[in-house]
Design a protein around this ligand. Structure first.
Ligand SMILES: [Zn+2]
Length: 751
């Protein structure tokens, strides 16, 4: 009897002391519920249809997919109550009944056998610092649980537990575990699956169902029986769980659109757990396939890199982005070339004309002068070093002539043009106008494929600029006018119409192919090949080159990048049913002189219809054509008249025919050794030395000449020097290019 009294006194003393200390401690050590709300979550990136592109590992390399209580099924809630804390919804954070029982058990056995843990104390344990397991930590956890219950409701605490409990391997939280072990969301778990899963946190590594199926099954049975005893399930429901609970074969974590996801992670804050993005996985697969397919062949031509971007025109959403042909390539696969600064070649020209058309500096049929020019030390030339005299804006843009573009750029003024490029989203043009000079019109600058494709999307949108975006958003799109709808349409009409890229690149008789407005570019020295195209739905950008900037004679936009662009449009629109542009209402047609594109006088020899923007496009009457007595004479401005006279041309007939890319044959750089068609006899047998032939070129500009054998780079020489190359059997093409992009090639045979 005395012993029992003694126990009661101790117990009462303990309870009173506990309550008093709790009150004091609560003031001394207030509980901050904010500190436990952050999960060690993985980040999940979704595509625009809700499919998972990537799951990143959370801190400590755990996989955790936080989920709300509404997102787990009933079975999960019932199973966790049975497994851990059946009076969870009744007790205040600590369970007095369990404590009394535990104290009784511990006293009678003389050691700690029962923990009297509740879900609340487990949450405190999972969120707090690691502590030694003893009676004192038990007390701290109980104390913190009581405090936590005062601030968070029961549902919140249960959610915390479900998202923090360990489930074996590196799985944290019920959702990540349900997906791994059963291939489904916790919402859809069956009763037996939920019972198996919620048994694991007690001893996650010992009970892992994939490693220790028997132990997991025994634990599952225990929990099912408890659920039945507590009236959480009926007898029939218990009977229904007698069979096996099959596991799913654990699927690997998804890893799609790697460069795009890298970009999304970079742009999303550290606290963002889930990103709903704009990526269209079907489009992404198309472009990944197209870029990867001929990668080996391009490799033989000395091209190791490539990138493709697709932007949805109405919204500015990035729908596909590939930054290299193979992300897992150990050398530079992870470099995202879609975001790399590269020289744009001729791809900025449409914007120069767009600006000129919008400001009334020209119309699409206005005559520009393609004649020799020079400003101080700057003497630009066309790629084929020919001058064509008078050309229309349409011809100048489609033939990508340098002189007219530079002349127009100077008329606009380089600082104004630079501001315009930047307002079109080319954010990497960050040097001063003086630094770039007029060369910015023909590619002396650096842009990224992503920015450039977005600038083209702006033309496709009728001149309205929107920043590109990678996150799905219901925000109202607020664009800003870069150029008028009319000017944007005129550029599009040139790039899509007769003589446009589209009409030159594919079988012209195939009526089932999709149309698009397109432009190619080749940077100085053959380092970048570009092709950009658009219709009202998508803007597509293709870049080929080497991440380290190595040149290749095959890096010519029209030859290597444009075919990929064409194929992308063909794959997006297999029946050729691509949407078409509509002529804006503000654009009118008028009769013009066929040669000057201006309203005709009665002496003009031929007339046709042409677009103009009323009040903007130059509308002075043609003054070139006049009758002098009985014969027709042309009065060109003096600088053009001189040029025509030098060329022996007094009259220029209307030409709509475009000239082919003459790049390869017109360059002045000339290989002097070996000679084209030369054949060499290779002597075999013992005692023969390596047989070398001399590689030597004349002409060219810049400092170095790069040499290629069958498209593979073999080295470089300084201008005026030479090198030797060991001959190989068969037909061989030897090519060289200088830093300004001049090139020459010869074929030799070796027997
Ligand atoms: Zn005329």
């Amino acid at each position: 009897m005395r012993i029992k009294q003694h126990k009661i006194i101790i117990l009462s003393f303990l309870i009173i002391a506990t309550i008093l200390s709790l009150l004091i401690l609560s003031h001394l050590f207030p509980f901050d519920s904010r500190s436990i709300k952050q999960y060690l979550a993985s980040k999940i990136i979704y595509d625009r249809d809700g499919g998972i592109l990537r799951v990143t590992l959370g801190e400590g390399d755990v996989i955790c997919r936080p989920i709300g209580l509404a997102g787990v099924g009933d079975w999960v809630v019932k199973a966790v109550l049975a497994a851990e804390d059946k009076r969870f919804f009744q007790h205040p954070g600590v369970d007095p009944i369990a404590i009394i029982r535990a104290i009784g058990q511990n006293f009678s056995s003389g050691r700690i056998v029962s923990g009297a843990s509740t879900i609340s104390t487990l949450v405190v344990k999972l969120t707090g610092p690691r502590r030694k397991r003893n009676i004192f930590t038990k007390f701290i956890e109980a104390f913190r649980s009581l405090q936590m219950e005062g601030q968070l409701d029961k549902e919140e605490i249960l959610t915390q537990y479900l998202n923090r409990a360990p489930f074996g391997s590196n799985l944290v939280g019920v959702e990540a575990a349900a997906r791994r072990y059963f291939g489904k969301s916790a919402r859809n778990l069956t009763l037996s699956e939920a019972a198996l899963l919620l048994g694991l946190p007690q001893a996650p590594s010992r009970l892992r169902p994939d490693r220790h199926p028997e132990a997991a099954r025994r634990r599952q049975k225990t929990i099912l029986n408890r659920m039945f005893r507590e009236g959480l399930i009926s007898e029939e429901e218990l009977q229904s769980t007698s069979g096996q609970t099959p596991l799913s074969s654990a699927p690997a974590l998804p890893f799609h659109a790697p460069h795009f996801c890298d970009l999304v992670l970079k742009k999303s804050g550290p606290e963002v757990r889930e990103s709903r993005t704009t990526l269209d996985l079907a489009l992404q697969n198309i472009v990944e396939d197209i870029l990867a397919r001929d990668a080996d062949e391009r490799g033989r031509l000395g091209i190791s890199g490539g990138a493709i971007v697709i932007i949805h025109v109405p919204t500015g959403e990035v729908r596909a982005l590939v930054g290299s042909p193979d992300y897992f390539d150990p050398i530079s696969g992870q470099v995202n070339c879609a975001a790399a600064r590269r020289s744009p070649g001729s791809t900025l020209k449409p914007f120069i004309y767009g600006y000129g058309l919008d400001r009334g500096l020209c119309g699409s049929d206005t005559i520009l002068f393609d004649i020799p020019v020079g400003w101080r030390s700057y003497r630009p030339e066309n790629y084929d070093r020919e001058f064509r005299g008078p050309v229309t804006v349409r011809e100048a843009l489609n033939q990508s002539l340098n002189i007219p573009a530079i002349r127009l750029a100077r008329k606009i003024s380089i600082p104004a043009l630079l501001r315009f490029f930047r307002s079109a989203g080319m954010s990497t043009l960050d040097r001063s106008a003086g630094d770039y000079g007029a060369g910015i019109a023909i590619g002396d600058g650096e842009v990224t494929l992503l920015d450039l494709t977005n600038s083209y999307a702006c033309l496709a949108r009728g001149g309205e600029y929107l920043p590109y975006r990678v996150f799905e958003s219901s925000d109202k799109l607020r664009g800003r006018e870069l150029v008028s709808r009319e000017a944007a349409y005129l550029v599009t009409d040139i790039l899509e119409g007769t003589g446009g890229l589209w009409s030159r690149i594919d079988n012209p008789d195939d009526l089932s192919r999709p149309m698009f407005a397109g432009k190619t570019g080749t940077s100085n020295g053959y380092r970048d090949a570009w092709a950009l195209g658009y219709n009202p739905e998508y803007a597509v950008g293709v870049w080929l080159g080497n991440p380290d900037g190595r040149p290749s004679p095959s890096l010519i936009g029209f030859e290597t990048a444009a075919p990929l662009l064409n194929e992308i449009f063909r794959r997006i629109y297999p029946r050729g049913d691509s949407p078409r542009f509509e002529v804006p209402e503000g654009l009118r047609k008028r009769e013009v002189c066929s040669i000057t594109g201006l309203p005709p006088n009665h002496n003009c020899p031929a007339r046709r219809m042409g677009y103009h923007i009323p009040g903007i496009t130059p509308s002075g009457i043609c003054r070139v054509h006049e009758y002098d007595g009985s014969k027709m004479v042309e009065h060109w401005p003096p600088e053009l008249a001189d040029f025509l006279e030098d060329k022996g041309l007094s009259y220029r007939s209307v030409s709509t025919q475009h000239k082919e890319d003459k790049l390869k044959t017109m360059a002045r750089l000339k290989i002097k050794s070996p000679l084209d068609g030369e054949s060499f006899l290779k002597i075999t047998g013992e005692g023969t030395f390596n047989q070398m032939i001399l590689l030597k070129a004349s002409g060219g500009t810049g400092r170095d000449i790069y040499w290629f054998v069958n498209g593979v780079s073999i080295g470089r020489t300084r201008l005026g020097t030479q090198m030797f190359w060991e001959i190989e059997d068969g037909m061989t093409t030897i090519a060289c290019t200088d830093t300004d992009g001049n090139m020459d090639a010869v074929k030799i045979s070796v027997r």
